[in-house]
Structures are given as C-alpha cells and as structure tokens.
Design a protein around this ligand. Structure first.
Ligand SMILES: *Cc1c(COP(=O)(O)O)cnc(C)c1O
Length: 733
C-alpha cells in the first residue's frame, strides 16, 4: 500500500462538537447495515432522512442547526451515539476477525474484486440491478469476515435514471445527475494534494481517470472516473452511464475497467494475488496482467501460465445471446497497440476471445476470461449445468460434465436486508451473537422457539409499514401534478395490510415474464377480488431505456393495474431502487418469481424475502431449484426445461393459478386460531427461514469463494513464483 496517497474525508458539515463524528460515519457505509447507526440520523429528523433518500451526506448538509443542538441535549440520543461509535471503532480495529483467526498467514494479501456495477445503498446510485447488488453484498460480507478484499468499479455520474410511468403506461426516464459532493465518496490525492490518476490508451489518445474511494466497513472500493478536464468531451462521458448500447463506448469502458483497474491497484501499491472478475466486463484485466509480465521479460505463454493461477471468473449469463462480445473490427481498432506489447499477433490475440456466432465472428469477453482463469464458476447449481454445456465448445475433448466450471450459489448480506424488528426478534431467540453464526444451519433450528404471535406481530408491522409508505408515495405523486387521478390509484392508495399481498419486483427483462400472472386475466380478477379472501399484487421495476419489449411489458401491467375491475388490488410502484426493494422484500407475504427457465442464473431478491419471513413462490430456476424442499414455499411448474416457450408459458400460468387458489390463499386465510393467527402459514415461514437463511447468505457464499477459489490462488502464488520472478514482478510495478 502506497503510504503517500491521502484519503481525506470531505468535511462539508459544521456539526456540534459532541456529535461531530456523524460526519465521519457518513463516509463509511458500515452504517448501512447497522440499524443503530442509521438511527443516529433518523432520530435527528425522520422527515428529512426520508426526504434525502437516506443519504447521510445530504442529510448533514441540510439539517437545521437547532435540530442538531436538540439531540446534543438528549441523554438517550447521546447514549446511543456513544454506544454506536464504540461498536464502530471496535469493528474497524478488530484484529481477531474470522479471517484473521483462520488464515493469519494471508493477513497481508489482497483479493481484487472487479465489477461493472456495485449496489451498496440507495444513496450511492451506481448500480442497475442484481449483478451490482451481489457485488455490493460481496464487499460488505468480506468486511464482516475480515477478508482482505478490495473492489474496483466506476463512479457513474449519470448512472441512474428516474422512472416515470405515463397515463397510458409508457415508461419515461430522466437522468439523475450525481453530485460528487452529495455522496459518500472520498477523493484520493497524492503527496502534492493532486488527484491520483491513471491512464489507458484508446485509439489516438490517452484517457485519464481519477480514483475515488468508497469505504465499506473495513473494505475499500475504488471507483474510476474519467470526468476530467484533461480528457476530450466524449471521454469525459465514458464513466457517465452503465451498459451503454454503443459498442465503442462499451469496449472503451471495458478497457478502462480491466486495464485501467489493474493500473489503479498498482498505483495504490497493491499486489493482489487473486483477481476476481464478476462477469466478463472486466476480463481485459487478464491481458494487462500478462502485459506486465511480458514487459518484464517473460514470453506470453509463460505470462499467461502465471496470471491464470490468480484469476477467478464468475459467469452470470445463461444464454449465448446475452454474452458480452465485440465485433472483430472493434478489437482491431481498440487493441492494435496492445498485441505487440503482449508479443502476440493479431490472430493470436483474437483467438483468446474468439467465438463464432450466428451473426458472425466476435471477440467474446467470457471466452477470454475462461481461457485465462484457473477458476471459473456459475452462480447456482442449475446454472452450473447450463454453463458447462454452453461453454463445452472451449473444451472440445471433454464431456459437458467435465468442463471446469463449478458453481457457487449466490447469497445476500443478511444484516443489509433483514428488517430491524426481525433482527431484534432473532437476537432474542437465536441468541445475542447470532450474526456471528449465521451460516450455521443448527442455529436456525431455534426459529421454532419464536412464539407464533410474536413473529406474526412483526410480519403485520412490516406490512403496515409498506402500506403507509406506498400511501405516502401516492400522495407525493399527486402533489407532483400532471398526473391523472387513476395513476394515483394505480400507485397503491387502496393497498391495505390485512390482505394477502404478493410482490413482483425486478428488472423488466422479457425472460422474467412479468405478465405471466395476467395471462388468464379473468381468472386473475376472480382471484384477487374474492371478497372473503382478497389478494393484492404489487409490481415494481424498470426496463432498460433501450428495451422496447420490456417497456411494453410495463405497459401491459400498468393497464391491468388501472383497470377498475382490478379494484385497486393491483399496484405498480415507480422507480424501483434498493430502498423500495428493501421495503417490498420485508413487507409483502409472498415473493413471486416466474422467469422462463433456465434464464435466471440465480436471482437474489427471493433470498432477501425469505430472510424476512416472506414465502417464495417461484419457477424452479436459479437458486430456487436447489432451495425448494416442498415445505418452505411453493414451486411454479416442473423441474424441467421448457419444450416450446409458448407452451411453457401456458403450463406455468396454469400451475401458478392452481397453486395460488388451492394452496397459498387457503393457507393464509383459513384455519386461523381464535386470536386470528394463521398457524399453518407461520409454520411454513419458519421452515422457510430455517432452511434458507443460513444457506443463501453471503456468509456461506464468501466462505465458499475463499476455500474453492481464493485459497488455491493464494497458495499457488506462494508455491510457484520463483524468487527471481517475484523480484521482477515488484520492479515491473
Ligand atoms: C436484489 C435486487 C435485485 C435482484 O433481483 P432479482 O429478482 O434477483 O433479479 C434487483 N434490483 C434491486 C434493487 C435489488 O435489491
């Protein structure tokens, strides 16, 4: 680590001395998974806290001095403040973390984790969906375990779009411009106080990027930013948005992430022995690492043999059409200065990522990553099978089941997604140190000891909270003006907490089949408007702005939502983000997921729901295929791959309606005890939490990555690099 680099936390605030550490806490996302730390802001002004979408930087800039003064005179507040900062300090100074206790020999190592997006919290909107949230959860868990991970990604200043739905259901988007002074990012500066810069070559020019740091507990995330005066205008926009559909922008971004990301870590004085690529977007890093070694005298073959030992690649894409790839002319245009530096010809370089597709020859990022990584994995058991078949062509002399792609099923970061009230309940019945043991299945046997009425009371509380929140959002929508009253109704004013509530919230990609439940619309209307056993369905999600079929699905849902015959029991909530996700996975009864199998590599929102006592009702795809045991939720359709998509939609829709009518609705409403508690339902909730919470946590996931991928990399690096090469390595940097 280069000690001359400074990380000075911006001080935008003038705070009373007694509580001035609130400014420092704002810049460590540790507060996002510690409810007491959030309370320190919330208690000053609940209204402002919600208004700024839980952004502590904006909050502290805007809060009234009198409100700050008020809490400095509040004994209970100050007690909470002192207790929380004790915990915070103890966390940061802990030398006995899980990793330190188990792997002291690797204490000084670095594990680099590259991702195109990181979803850490709604106040730092540099994510699009599940891939980013997984990356964010990965860093938080690494922090909790004390694993020496650093993240590398982009700060997108227009990364996020605000979604509005017009009266006839069309998605409109407006750009959200991120103000760097309003988000918890820390500038990196050199000894002269200048921004720390790295650069990469793009055709005919150098592009510079500065580095920002996001502190995630004990873990640092470094974000690249090309919005600098010394760059050309279009290069300044390179890190503006996620997933550009312009292939030239896209390849430039991936060069910046892969090659620039390696240079950033070198600039910081880091020498990782593990290089984890979350999807193929960062796969150019394998070439940059090989280039370093070739420049220090190795042949490309020697360099490749060495770098692959430290490379870990995680694939998330189960369909060939979805794979990240570039036409060859772009590779010629953008990488022609690179192949001589690697000691390769054009043909040799292209061969590293070459794939023949129905639409021509391409350079395929996952192929590059797979060819140059000793470790590769899919993100669920079923996705592992699919991936081995899909990439079998890279190992033509092997059978599909011998293809070296394993699986590490995704998980979620428990304290980030668990409702505070449930956390208190778990503390009481699982034990005060339950978070230390959360991946141990035996711990969760104690779920049985929670009295039904206590669990139900918390579930009811969370449902009321959701209904109140949705109502308040509807009021805000109405006040915004220019909306038809029917849009206000569509946004959930009739939602109430005592009816069975189903949630469906995710990106509106077509394979996720948001409209499957509308397929037999008359049958659906009969189900939801049954006066004795009504059902509410809450939809939320964005379509990629260039995805017309996705936007048509939103429109179809919205038209049903606005139909008076649906009686306000169908709801669409605009602008799905992590905040809304949290409220929904905590506040509904049933989490619906019906992708067209096997397109859902894993899925994680259902894991968040399960943790909170919400029951999954899902197609046997991704994680649910290995999670469902017949008693911890419900399955839609069979454990089989679709024959023909339309036929499959028909079968899945029938299965969905049947299970809803015959099992789910009766279990919720019937056989209630005298105090109106559905004990059969609660038994299922307990079975769901007991079986799913330990297994589908990032705790279990990170430990698997460590033992199956990271440790072999660390050990290989120790064993195999001869001393003289190690010297060369240092000199090369
Ligand atoms: C968890 C999460 C996702 C991923 O959801 P899936 O249903 O698993 O695709 C996407 N977006 C947000 C905001 C999330 O919190």
């Amino acid at each position: 680590m280069d000690e001359t680099i400074k990380r000075v936390i911006p001080n935008h605030f003038s705070l009373p001395r007694r509580i001035n550490r609130l400014g420092q806490l704002a810049y460590n996302l540790w507060w996002t998974w510690n409810p007491e730390a959030q309370m320190l802001y919330r208690l000053i002004s609940q209204r402002l806290w919600d208004q700024v979408n839980h952004n502590p930087v904006t909050f502290l800039k805007r809060v009234e001095r009198s409100q700050l003064n008020a809490v400095t005179n509040d004994r209970h507040y100050l007690e909470l403040y002192d207790r929380t900062f004790q915990k915070f300090d103890a966390y940061l100074q802990d030398t006995q973390t899980w990793f330190a206790r188990h792997y002291p020999q690797f204490a000084g190592e670095t594990i680099a984790y590259f991702s195109f997006e990181f979803g850490l919290h709604e106040c730092l909107p540099v994510y699009a969906g599940g891939l980013g949230i997984l990356a964010g959860d990965h860093l938080k868990e690494a922090s909790d375990l004390g694993m020496p991970v650093v993240g590398v990604g982009f700060i997108y200043n227009q990364g996020y779009f605000v979604q509005r739905i017009t009266e006839d259901g069309w998605q409109e988007t407006s750009t959200y411009y991120l103000d760097y002074d309003e988000v918890p990012i820390i500038p990196l500066t050199d000894a002269q106080g200048q921004p720390v810069l790295i650069s990469v070559e793009l055709p005919g020019r150098l592009v510079h990027a500065r580095l920002w740091q996001v502190q995630v507990g004990r873990v640092a995330l470094y974000l690249l930013d090309t919005n600098l005066e010394q760059n050309q205008e279009n290069d300044r926009q390179l890190t503006a948005r996620l997933y550009s559909s312009d292939p030239e922008v896209r390849i430039s971004q991936e060069i910046l992430l892969g090659i620039g990301g390696v240079r950033a870590l070198r600039r910081l004085g880091l020498q990782p022995k593990v290089w984890h690529m979350n999807e193929g977007h960062s796969a150019f890093l394998v070439l940059e690492r090989a280039r370093e070694l070739v420049q220090s005298g190795l042949t490309f073959e020697q360099a490749a043999a060495q770098v692959r030992k430290g490379n870990v690649f995680t694939t998330h894409t189960p369909v060939p059409a979805g794979v990240d790839q570039f036409p060859l002319w772009l590779v010629d245009k953008y990488l022609s200065t690179l192949w001589p530096q690697l000691g390769l010809t054009r043909e040799q370089l292209i061969a590293l990522g070459h794939q023949t597709t129905p639409w021509g020859e391409s350079f395929c990022m996952p192929v590059l990553a797979l060819r140059l990584s000793d470790h590769a994995n899919a993100v669920s058991e079923l996705h592992g099978e699919v991936s081995r078949r899909m990439w079998n062509f890279l190992w033509p002399d092997r059978r599909a089941d011998e293809v070296p792609i394993t699986h590490v099923t995704n998980g979620v970061h428990t304290p980030s997604w668990l409702a505070r009230r449930l956390r208190l309940l778990y503390e009481r019945y699982l034990g005060p140190d339950w978070l230390e043991h959360l991946d141990e299945p035996e711990l969760w046997d104690r779920i049985a000891s929670i009295p039904d009425h206590e669990l139900w009371a918390v579930r009811q509380h969370l449902k009321r909270k959701l209904a109140l929140y949705v109502n308040e959002r509807a009021r805000q929508l109405w006040m915004r003006g220019n909306v038809h009253p029917s849009q206000v109704l569509a946004s959930g004013v009739f939602l109430e907490p005592y009816s069975l509530t189903i949630g469906f919230a995710r990106r509106f990609a077509t394979y996720k089949r948001a409209t499957l439940i509308l397929r037999d619309y008359e049958r659906l209307l009969r189900i939801i408007t049954n006066p004795d056993m009504p059902v509410q369905i809450v939809f939320a999600g964005k379509a990629h702005p260039a995805d017309e079929p996705g936007k048509l699905l939103i429109q179809q849902v919205y038209r049903a939502v606005k139909d008076p015959r649906a009686a306000g029991r169908l709801v669409f909530l605009e602008d799905y983000d992590m905040n809304l996700a949290r409220l929904l996975v905590q506040g509904v009864d049933v989490w619906l997921n019906n992708p067209r199998r096997p397109n859902e590599a894993s899925g994680t929102s259902g894991m968040k729901a399960a943790l909170n006592g919400v029951l999954n009702f899902s197609v046997l795809d991704g994680w649910w295929r290995e999670a469902y045991n017949g008693a911890n939720g419900w399955a839609i359709g069979e454990d089989a791959d679709p024959v023909d998509p339309t036929h499959q939609d028909e079968l899945d829709a029938l299965s969905l309606y049947d299970t809803l009518e015959k099992e789910i609705i009766p279990l919720y409403y019937q056989n209630r005890s005298t105090d109106n508690i559905p004990s059969g339902w609660i038994a299922r909730i307990k079975e769901s939490i007991r079986t799913l919470a330990p297994q589908f946590s990032t705790r279990r996931m990170l430990k698997e990555y460590l033992t199956e991928m990271y440790l072999p990399c660390l050990e290989a690096a120790e064993e195999e690099i001869p001393a003289d090469t190690a010297v060369t390595l240092d000199q090369a940097n």
